[in-house]
Design a protein around this ligand. Sequence first.
Ligand SMILES: Cc1ncc(COP(=O)(O)O)c(C=O)c1O
Length: 407
Amino acid sequence: MSADNNYGFATKLVHAGEAPDPLTGAIAPVLVRTKTFSQPVFGVESKWQYSRGKNPTRSILELKLEALAGGGQATVFGSGDAATTMFLLTLKPGDRLVCCKELYGGTIRLFEQLFKDFGIHADYVDVQDLAAVKAVQTDRTVAIWTESPTNPKLGIIDLHKVGEVAKATGLRFIADLTFAPPVTTDPFAYGAETVIYSLSKYFAGHNDVIGGAVVTKNKELYDRLVWLQWSVGAVLSPDECYRVIQELKTLGMRWERVSASAQIVAEHLQKHPQITKVYYPGLDDHPGRDIAIKQMKNGFGAALSFDLRSADLHLIRQFVNSLQTSQLVVFGESLASPETILAHPATMSHRSLTTEQRNDLGIHDNFFRLSVGFEEPNDLIKVLDEALAIFNTNNVAVETNAATVAN
Ligand SMILES: Cc1ncc(COP(=O)(O)O)c(C=O)c1O
């Protein structure tokens, strides 16, 4: 099925970019592992030449992503960070980005610890606020960069407002919507020029792929990214592309399932006496809830985060150990897997930030992110309650300890 059709999202998930193999009739996508291609006619450029440049399985995935995004042109890379890197490689020394304050730690690492040395600068402000953006805008500011929901605190950025700010300032609008795949947020509805996705999360969703994509409506950028695929070679392998194509087919079902389960778990944790705050856009007290309802369909995803009442590291370790011994909750990086994953941003996704940066974002040692998997939510609640009971039996010191286990 071609990318430009009016079928519904679930239909596109299954069929877009694909057709039965004309040779055999196989309906699973054709996995073409070849490195190089025979070029039939001397002096005539063939469509397929060398898989670092273009590969048929990768092309299926790219077409599918274009259909799901509802437009634009897609290029896929070896990880979400590689996708971000490829975008940044299209900028020039002296260019500046205006970024939302809370971002995935790896993105901040790329901005501050790599691209700064090449003359690319990031300013961090409220990108929904025209005055704040104008206050840092210079004649070298080229784009606004935002996430929504943000990692790790699930902040909701009003993409409509950012689109208005981008229009008013003449800046390009780049959105990392890893936490809001197109099953929930139409990436181009708010004026974004370019969308970045980590495919390692919801798109693949089975804990077995690292990948990333850039989908853009900017033809010049797309052409440069295709050139970078070929020249830099940080491409996604055909095997990984094959997996994402297949795993994408269940994205709609997976998203609804994990969103419903995360809502149940979030509501339970919100009432728990050992937890002072739960961050989840589906909760009534979330400051971005009304915006989230407008810009996210079918639920709010698997990820929620929370602050423990206790900052006692000894007890926090016991809490984590208890969840590990339950064998239901994995303690580790990342999100959007069949398995529920508990992450500790201060020592994981945001460890390369300075203590000051983490403190500004409220990423303390007692702050955790939970990615709810496909398990029964009641089983998860049971093991979470058992782990949280560790704090009941101890006289808890209520203080916030600034990321002392990090680094
Ligand atoms: C918002 C966001 N963008 C990008 C990335 C990087 O993706 P990857 O792990 O595929 O490199 C992540 C990873 O967690 C993320 O959360």
